[in-house]
Design a protein around this ligand. Structure first.
Ligand SMILES: Cc1ncc(C[n+]2csc(CCOP(=O)(O)OP(=O)(O)O)c2C)c(N)n1
Length: 584
């Protein structure tokens, strides 16, 4: 049937099962908005800024596992998406970004609102397309979805010139089989090499002091059942990265919680002293490894990952296994069971677990409590309690993000939504709104910093507009807290340009937008306002927690340093040598 390019866009999105588009219109994309309006079956969320649209699509994708869609016009609309595109790229989030472009004949003419968005986003997309012929439009869009969600997921951009959306064609929507065969060079490996899996099974049985190091790939693959089974079967303690949170239940006795720069003492000690590190869907990010030469210095390394390019990229590994994390773990467990699931050194393994218990007791995750001033960690603990540990948490970037990672306990994949790779302030509120739209049955808390909130706070109106009842807890320290912390610790307290004490009255701001606002200034008020907030279910609620201004996130491994240089929460600098070599 002959129809406009814009109608083909909507038809293809419907074929892909798209329920929501997050976006902001403009001249070059107007035909598509008109087609969206005429069709009426896909819901559109009009964000107040395109960056918000991008992060909402990310939050939606991270919370649901489905592909998110964000749309903008050409030029400034497209460049406003760039931060979200880079963010999605760093965290492997499947999002299709659709941008309008000036008409084909004006491309390269410095036309009004023209920008080479395909050129700009080449290094930050898994793939990107400029549609040059209307006949290619449905195939390109379907390829975009297929590429975004398969293999290592990621953002794909489709740039569509205005004349293409206006032209008429009877081109058909290709089938999935046609899409696959149109991409002969793109065949993600999911199965894992059987020889390597065998080797890994043997190493796990032989190891005396193994650790599982689990990243975002395990969340994407939803491999929690397999991870728990493997850990319990072979008695392996499990640490997760920031992105891996929820892949392994944090209440499990084998959980070591997060590792790395703001990791727990016991996770970092375990990694430092282990003789086998089993990396699962993790990429050896520098926030995890610190000084590379001193990362897991005694360990053999197994690396399971869907992306062959991430293997031996930062750390050379001994047993690489390219495949889908869930599929490979299943096969690994079968292999281990085939061999009778026996540990070669059961006593050593027992001693290892006891050693870890000692480390947990020696330096648990803790903070100095107060009944005078609100401690940020206390707010997070209380949020955990009022939500019974079952909320989805989205955060901005900074100290509050790390406290949210440390003091809320995560039990299921897709529960902790934050900007792990790019570290994008302003991510929290729009991502939380996207998550709540995708998972309306879940309580969604945005735990934000005052600085991060102010970067995308206009999206509060979007949440009011669509009656999205997110809860927003601002951990308000009147500072760009994380930068202030580094200045305190590494720049002799020279607090250069981090004071945010001049700020809007956030409660009034919430009210001005039509949301509900509460403030807490004393520890005794924290629980009270949280309980009030939980009663509101038809609009967003903003909670302004005035916290201890100079609280620090500890433990901390200074950037580029070894785990031995970890600063602990009791103020001790470094770790005494005698606790370092207790085993081995
Ligand atoms: C867009 C962006 N700009 C700058 C930074 C650098 N940065 C990292 S943390 C931080 C401070 C964050 O302050 P706030 O959101 O108030 O959170 P807090 O650390 O106080 O909890 C800054 C400026 C960043 N991560 N992202």
């Amino acid at each position: 049937m002959a129809r406009k390019g814009a109608d083909i866009v909507i038809e293809t999105l419907k074929e892909e099962g798209v329920e929501y588009i997050f976006g902001h219109p403009g001249g070059a994309i107007m035909e598509v908005y008109d087609a969206l309006y005429r069709d009426g079956s896909i819901k559109h969320i009009l964000t107040r800024h395109e960056q918000g649209a991008g992060h909402m699509a990310e939050g939606y994708a991270k919370a649901t596992g489905k592909v998110g869609v964000a749309m903008s016009t050409s030029g400034p609309g497209a460049t406003n998406l760039v931060t979200a595109i880079a963010d999605a790229y760093m965290d492997s989030v499947p999002v299709v970004f659709i941008t309008g472009q000036v008409p084909t004949h004006l491309i390269g003419n410095d036309a009004f609102q023209e920008v080479d968005i395909v050129g700009i986003t080449r290094p930050i997309t898994k793939h990107n397309f400029l549609v040059k012929r209307i006949e290619d439009l449905p195939m390109i869009l379907r390829q975009a979805f297929y590429i975004a969600k398969t293999g290592r997921p990621g953002p794909v951009l489709v740039d569509i010139p205005k004349d293409i959306t206006q032209k008429i064609s009877d081109v058909e929507i290709p089938s999935l089989e046609e899409v696959k065969s149109s991409l002969p060079g793109y065949k993600p490996h999911t199965e894992g090499n059987p020889q390597q899996i065998k080797k890994a099974a043997r190493l796990i049985a032989e190891a005396k002091r193994p650790v599982l190091y689990v990243g975002g790939g395990a969340v994407q693959a939803e491999a929690q059942k397999e991870l728990v089974e493997l850990a319990e079967l072979m008695k392996v303690p499990v640490t997760t990265t920031n992105m891996g949170k929820g892949a392994f239940p944090e209440s499990h006795p084998l959980a070591l919680h997060m590792l790395g720069m703001h990791g727990t003492y016991y996770a970092n000690m375990a990694v430092y002293n282990c003789d086998l590190l089993i990396a699962v869907g993790a990429r050896f990010d520098d926030r995890v490894t610190g000084k590379v030469e001193e990362f897991a210095p005694q360990a053999s390394i197994i690396h399971i990952d869907i992306d062959p390019a991430s293997i031996s990229k930062n750390i050379v590994v001994d047993v690489p296994i390219v495949g889908d994390v869930k599929v490979v773990l299943r096969k690994l467990i079968e292999e281990i069971k085939k061999e009778g699931a026996k540990l070669l050194y059961p006593e050593e393994r027992q001693k290892w677990l006891e050693q870890i218990e000692k480390w947990k007791k020696l330096h648990p995750l803790t903070y100095r409590k107060s009944d005078k001033v609100i401690k940020p960690q206390y707010v997070i603990e209380e949020i955990w309690k009022v939500t019974k540990g079952d909320a989805i948490i989205a955060t901005g970037v900074g100290q509050h993000q790390m406290w949210a990672a440390m003091f809320y306990r995560y039990s299921f994949p897709r529960q902790f939504i934050n900007s792990g790779g790019l570290g994008t302030m302003g991510f929290g509120l729009p991502a939380g709104i996207g998550a709540k739209i995708g998972r309306p049955e879940k309580e969604v808390f945005v735990i934000d910093g005052d600085g991060s909130f102010m970067m995308t706070m206009q999206e509060l109106i979007t949440a009011v507009h669509y009656r999205v009842p997110v809860k927003i807890a601002i951990i308000n320290n009147g500072y760009l807290g994380m930068v202030r912390q580094w200045q305190e610790l590494f720049y002799e307290k020279r607090y250069a340009e981090v004071d945010l004490s001049i700020q809007p009255d956030f409660v009034k701001l919430a009210e001005a937008c039509g949301a509900v606002g509460f403030r807490a200034e004393k520890p005794s008020e924290v629980r009270e306002v949280l309980e009030e907030a939980m009663k509101v279910q038809d609009k967003p609620v903003l909670l302004d927690f005035h916290v201890d201004r100079e609280e620090n996130v500890l433990p901390m491994v200074p950037a580029g340093k070894s785990y031995r240089d970890m600063i602990l929460e009791d103020g001790k600098k470094g770790v005494e040598a005698d606790t370092m070599y207790l085993v081995g």
